[in-house]
Design a protein around this ligand. Structure first.
Ligand code: SAM
Length: 250
């Protein structure tokens, strides 16, 4: 797990009275945050995902954790499986930007559900990326990163597939305040960093364009994608945006 995440989780548990906490991981994804949370509490971790990966569930089962983890398949936008005020803290890493892809227009509804299930005084911690779209372009690698993101979005939309959305922290904070959260603020927790997923990005794009029926368009996109790959090799790999975290209390 990346140091920036470990540090911010440490901060979270310093803020909480860590006794028998019920912790919600929203959403589970690869399961690494769930594992970190389970190591930090003697209570229970509830790990929700709309599409839980078997590999993540297995990783959690195999980890032989001291605190129980319950994996729930379900949407964060409607957590009927959790009672009002039944959770002490919620951690949401890299999920807010993924929600629109899976359940469009549901982010506000997810925040309402976070508010409902959280105990009064409970803390919500959101970790996500600053929008790359509006990030300052200082180097050729920055330019490639931005270009790759725009191309990815265009290709995904063309073949009708989902892509994540960029969520500025200011918007998230305002929406959380509107939902009723207090003491809401955001802070930067890391600068831009090298991406280890650029190759995956390229692979996905090439896969997408194989589904484009218009040969000319498909060829044009292929050339664009291969140029991005070449440029990335020459000028440095793509970079993610900086990371922010948002603190909010019910
Ligand atoms: C980029 S992953 C990150 C997950 C995890 N927190 C991590 O750090 O690895 C985003 C996850 O959110 C899940 N997701 C998206 N929308 C959701 C929703 N409405 N309800 C529950 N899970 C959702 C996706 O299935 C995916 O596993």
């Amino acid at each position: 797990m990346k140091e920036k995440i470990v540090n911010v989780l440490d901060q979270l548990f310093q803020k909480l009275e860590n006794n028998n906490l019920r912790v919600l991981d929203a959403a589970m994804g690869g399961g690494n945050v769930t594992l970190e949370l389970a190591q930090r509490t003697n209570g229970k971790v509830i790990s929700v995902d709309i599409d839980p990966a078997d590999s993540a569930t297995k990783k959690i089962e195999d980890a032989n954790l001291s605190s129980p983890v319950e994996v729930v398949k379900g949407t964060l936008a409607s957590m009927d499986f959790l009672q009002d005020s039944s959770i002490d803290t919620i951690v949401s890493h890299s999920t807010i930007s993924s929600i629109p892809a899976e359940t469009p227009f549901k982010v506000q509804q997810v925040f309402k559900e976070f508010f409902r299930v959280l105990n009064p005084g409970g803390i919500l911690l959101i970790i996500d990326y600053y929008p790359l779209e509006s990030a300052a372009v200082r180097t050729k690698a920055d330019e490639i990163a931005q270009d790759a993101w725009r191309t990815y979005k265009a290709v995904a939309e063309l073949v009708g597939d989902h892509h994540h959305e960029e969520v500025p922290p200011e918007w998230v904070c305002e929406t959380l305040r509107d939902t009723g959260f207090k003491d809401v603020y955001h802070e930067k927790i890391s600068e831009r960093e090298l991406s280890d997923t650029f190759e995956e990005y390229i692979e996905n794009m090439l896969h997408y364009i194989s589904n484009i029926e218009d040969d000319e368009l498909s060829r044009a996109f292929r050339m664009k994608i291969l140029k991005l790959e070449r440029d990335a090799r020459m000028y440095g790999k793509s970079e993610y945006s900086s990371t922010y975290c948002i603190w909010a209390t019910k």
